[in-house]
Design a protein around this ligand. Structure first.
Ligand code: C2E
Ligand code: CA
Ligand code: CA
Length: 545
């Protein structure tokens, strides 16, 4: 009879809800308590069912927290309060005290006699000493470290593209990567070093009296090991590095400088390590300033944004057949932000979505205008992968083209930063829809870390844009590598009926080589830099006489 209260399906489902939540139900008539299995395991209890649980659980509670706990429980049992709710520390199976938030209530029968006391305890991981997944120390512990005396160096590591790792392989796989890196860092760390896990995919190696060189070496070794962990696909880490007292003498300053250094390292090139410097600090300030100004511009109806157009020529006739729309942004105060700089910020804040709609509409407006004037000039514009994460972009593009009566054959979407494309099925679906209507799709920056063969396999493309870095390398004497790469890419594209564009043609010499290889279209400063719409029109009209 008494067990029935405890044998409840709801209990089973709650008991499996989360790893850091512990459930209990007590039959108050028999004083028999049932704990969820994870509680038994984590706190090393004598079993799932415990008679006379009260005093036994009390032994787990930190002596300093017992008085508050007893007071709270007594209030509930005396009826003075309907809910038990307090925070305290309890000893786990490792012998460590962890912070818990405990909530519970008493259920009485119709005569007011208490029947059941039930509730749950949530482990407050951000206040705990050890991270339950990796068993490393937490940032809460690091905050207690005294940085104001002595000297040392600190490394902050972040896993590259961790979001993608999680999304493509699942959460549990992501956890394995975190544990593997934790073990790897623990193995590499010196005797005096401390390894911490922060939120998410970030780790700290704190090296009291340690040198920058040692931590840099540790970083390189960690990256080596990450390529070759049994059962896991290769991954890599980036890192920021600070020294104390030079770069700060308290947790908050050092952490903030570390975060800026890591952000800088990731922006420069994944897999890098960056030591904190004045330059990094200035850059962080500038990013913040640009971020605010960009938001302001967007609110003011995209004031300061403008599209420039760069001609693209047919390689055979050397006539302008197309142009690429390239975004520009200026305010009275900020005149020098490059597209690479402000687009990265827009991508990070997510505002690229809004700006992307604006770019798309502006590009279509010009396409409509030039279609009427010149009949056959195509207009391309750039789209980042994150703009395509929902279907709205594609639908709006189709609707806008219809409204403006633009022939889709004269519109091309260039996919940039396609490396972030973890959902290639979604991309493929969206592009198919566009291609069926006649729109053209290009893969931008082919051959860089952003775009390569993998995507070509999954998604159908009309045009492939060979990255400037290969094109510009062509003149280097005796360097046959870039030549071989371009030749092979062009041959492959020919077999797949994909057209090619060579970007970054700056000299006649390169132009001639590119044309001899058989690239379909030419783009570069040799013909023109990106220019305002009116100037582009002048060029087309001059050419057409
Ligand atoms: P991208 O799509 O690869 O654009 C080509 C970049 O190469 C342009 O830089 C262009 O000015 C530059 N370029 C063209 N020919 C030459 C040349 O002969 N020599 C050299 N040195 N450079 C050449 P820009 O306009 O600074 O744009 C930079 C990047 O910003 C673009 O690279 C693209 O990834 C991104 N971007 C520009 N507009 C947009 C946009 O509207 N949306 C999105 N998502 N990204 C954009
Ligand atoms: Ca482009
Ligand atoms: Ca490009």
């Amino acid at each position: 009879m008494s067990k029935n209260i405890l044998e409840n399906e709801l209990f089973e489902s709650f008991a499996n809800a989360s790893d850091n939540i512990y459930i209990y139900v007590c039959d108050m008539k028999t004083d028999l308590t049932r704990w969820s299995k994870n509680t038994v395991d984590y706190f090393d209890l004598e079993g799932e069912y415990i008679t006379g649980n009260g005093p036994k659980w009390m032994e787990h509670i930190h002596p300093d927290d017992r008085a508050a706990y007893i007071a709270d429980i007594e209030n509930v049992f005396s009826g003075a309060s309907s809910r038990h709710s307090c925070q305290y520390r309890a000893k786990n199976k490792y012998g460590d005290y962890v912070w818990l938030e405990c909530k519970g209530s008493v259920i009485s029968d119709e005569n007011g006699n208490p029947l059941v006391f039930a509730g749950l305890m949530t482990r407050l991981d951000n206040q705990n000493k050890y991270d339950p997944l990796t068993l490393l120390l937490t940032s809460y512990e690091m905050q207690k470290y005294d940085f104001s005396t002595g000297r040392g160096t600190i490394l902050l590591l972040g896993i590259n593209s961790f979001r993608k790792i999680n999304n493509t392989n699942g959460f549990l796989y992501g956890n394995k990567v975190l544990v593997a890196l934790a073990n790897c860092l623990t193995d590499l760390a010196g005797k005096e070093d401390r390894v911490y896990r922060l939120q998410g995919d970030e780790f700290i190696v704190l090296s009291p009296n340690g040198s920058k060189e040692n931590l840099s070496r540790l970083f390189e070794k960690a990256n080596d090991l990450c390529t070759n962990i049994r059962g896991l696909k290769s991954f890599s880490v980036s890192a920021g590095l600070v020294s104390y007292p030079e770069n700060g003498t308290d947790f908050n300053t050092l952490m903030s400088n570390l975060e800026h250094s890591l952000e800088y390292a990731k922006d420069q090139k994944q897999g890098r390590i960056s030591e904190f410097s004045e330059k990094i600090s200035q850059r962080h300030l500038r990013t913040g300033m640009l971020r605010e100004a960009l938001t302001q511009s967007i609110h003011n109806n995209f004031e300061g944004f403008e599209l420039y157009f760069q001609p693209i020529l047919d390689a055979q006739t050397k006539k302008i057949v197309e142009c690429e729309s390239l975004l520009r942004w200026k305010t009275p105060e900020i005149q020098d932000a490059t597209p690479y700089e402000f687009i990265k910020i827009l991508e990070n804040t997510g505002e690229i979505r809004e700006v992307g709609f604006w770019v798309m509409e502006e590009a279509l407006r010009h396409a409509a205008m030039w279609q009427k004037k010149y009949r056959d000039i195509s207009v391309s514009f750039n789209v980042s992968y994150i703009q395509l994460l929902d279907g709205e972009f594609i639908d709006r593009l189709i609707a806008k083209a219809k409204e403006l009566e633009v022939d889709p054959k004269l519109v091309m979407v260039e996919l940039t930063e396609s490396c972030n494309a973890d959902d290639t099925k979604m991309l493929s679906r969206q592009f198919d829809k566009l291609q069926k209507l006649g729109f053209k799709i290009a893969m931008d920056d082919f051959g860089t870390e952003y775009a390569s063969f993998g995507l070509l396999h999954d998604v159908s493309m009309d045009v492939l844009k060979i990255d400037q870095k290969f094109v510009r390398g062509l003149i280097r004497d005796g360097n046959m590598t870039d030549m071989a790469i371009i030749e092979n890419v062009v041959n492959m594209c020919r077999q797949l009926s994909i057209q090619t564009v060579a970007e970054g043609i700056e000299t006649k010499e390169i132009q001639d080589i590119i044309r001899s290889i058989g690239v379909s279209f030419l783009q570069g400063y040799l013909y023109s830099k990106p220019v305002p719409a009116a100037e582009f029109e002048r060029m087309v009209e001059e050419e057409r006489g």
